[in-house]
Design a protein around this ligand. Structure first.
Ligand code: BGC
Length: 443
């Protein structure tokens, strides 16, 4: 069992995250006509799952501390199924919003607990690769949602697009019944013997004594600490600024305006039929997956910081090009394609840097004893700002026009570059203890 099952869970958690956030972009083209939605209402339909995700992320840590990672992930699968079906069958927009809110809660819980479950079950040496695999699964989930969107676009069957979100939910819940509780959680609840048993199952013939004694030391250390006050201590402050800063920058540089609204943007750029726009969007999805693979290959040799800096520069340049394209008069043929290419390149630069590096860094830079809570805060910030960007995007376009809006994202990307240059450490090839000691010395 062990390794492949863990990989399977990583894939499913990420797939759900990707599919259920990505699917709305194609569905929205038809929902907005069916329900005659205003720009603000379209933003809400796209964004409400993100509000749910922020709530889900806020409660995931506490609930799973109490009831176990396994059961909370199991129920998350059920929430996904319920939410997807409610949204798919919605007779009017309020029910649709309620269903998407429910799906969002599930996404938030999954985005936090998948990495946590992995970190607590994976062998230390493959933890980094597994965390990035989660991002790969997110991008595959987004791509699948685009392809499903394309398949069902011909007859405007947005209900099927949303209903299919229930499928990974079913697999996740069923899968969780076959997986064990994490050794870490069992040990934390005084069930040391069971923890040992699970570790033995997970590691096969490997030696588990060293891991068990590490677990005991961690628990002793954690038990003696006052909980939330620790987050304000000097050696946590700098990592928290970096983690929350990157969480915010990952969103306010505009990635999800493209991921969620790409077909709408493509239509504005001159690819007029809904199918052509959704197909071009699938191209963007492929670029996202392929460049994430490239990033995973480079992340341990070239380094996180370098990839982040290169990615941000590329994103800023593409955003300027996009703004320029729209300023010159984007809706003509050739210019439409230049716009489409800059959009794809922008996503590619995100995928080699800010996409995977953010999720990886927040699992690396926090001292162990506050890691869960600090990651929780960064995750909530990520979803919160995702929501803000998503609901304001269409309104921003109304106020500043397309060129102005993309220029704003370009300026924010330059700010992210300056922030990264000043604060973000290189963590490749260093132990988590070394990273912690360095950040402490600087903080
Ligand atoms: C981000 C998501 C985004 C996705 C795109 C993730 O790292 O957190 O907001 O939709 O990347 O691939």
């Amino acid at each position: 069992m062990s390794f492949y099952l863990i990989v399977g869970i990583a894939a499913l958690g990420g797939l759900l995250f990707g599919y259920d956030t990505g699917v709305i972009s194609g569905a929205l083209l038809f929902i907005r006509t069916d329900f005659a939605l205003s720009a603000g209402m379209q933003g809400l339909v796209a964004g409400i799952a993100l509000a749910g995700a922020a709530v889900g992320a806020a409660f995931a840590g506490g609930l799973s501390d109490r009831f176990g990672r396994r059961w909370v992930i199991f129920f998350t699968g059920l929430i996904f199924i319920a939410g997807s079906l409610v949204a798919a069958l919605a007779p009017e927009v309020m029910t649709l919003l309620a269903g998407r809110l429910l799906v969002g809660v599930g996404i938030g819980v999954a985005s936090m607990l998948t990495p946590l479950y992995l970190a607590e079950t994976a062998p230390a040496r493959s933890r980094g690769a597994l965390v990035s695999l989660n991002q790969l699964a997110i991008t595959v989930g987004i791509l699948v949602s685009y392809l499903i969107g394309y398949l069902f676009a011909r007859h405007g069957e947005w209900r099927w697009m949303l209903a299919l979100g229930a499928v990974p939910g079913v697999i996740l819940s069923a899968g969780m019944l076959t997986l064990p509780e994490t050794p870490r959680w069992l040990a934390g609840h005084g069930r040391m013997e069971e923890a040992g048993g699970v570790l033995r199952r997970l590691r096969g013939l490997g030696d588990i004594e060293a891991e068990l004694s590490e677990l005991r030391t961690d628990l002793l250390r954690e038990g003696s600490l006052p909980s939330w006050r620790e987050l304000l201590s000097p050696n946590v402050r700098l990592p928290l600024i970096i983690g929350v800063g990157l969480a915010i920058f990952q969103q306010i540089t505009g990635i999800n305006t493209v991921i969620y609204f790409a077909p709408t943007i493509f239509q504005a750029a001159g690819l007029s039929s809904a199918s052509a726009a959704i197909l071009a969007t699938a191209g963007v999805g492929v670029v996202n997956v392929v460049m994430t693979l490239v990033s995973i290959r480079l992340i341990d040799s070239v380094g996180r910081r370098t990839l982040l800096l290169i990615g941000l520069l590329g994103m800023a340049a593409c955003l300027l090009l996009l703004g320029l394209g729209f300023a010159i008069g984007g809706a003509s043929g050739a210019l439409g394609w230049i716009t489409a290419l800059s959009l794809a390149a922008y996503v590619g630069f995100f995928a080699i840097g800010l996409g995977p590096v953010f999720w990886l860094l927040i699992s690396e830079i926090f001292p162990l004893y506050v890691r869960g809570r600090a990651m929780g805060i960064a995750t909530i910030a990520n979803w919160g700002f995702n929501l803000i960007v998503t609901v304001t995007f269409l309104e921003l376009i109304n106020i500043f026009g397309r060129p102005g809006t993309f220029l704003i994202y370009a300026i924010l990307t330059v700010a992210a570059f300056i922030f990264t240059r000043a604060l973000v450490p290189e963590t490749k090839g260093r132990s988590l203890e070394q990273i912690e000691a360095d950040l402490h010395a600087r903080g």
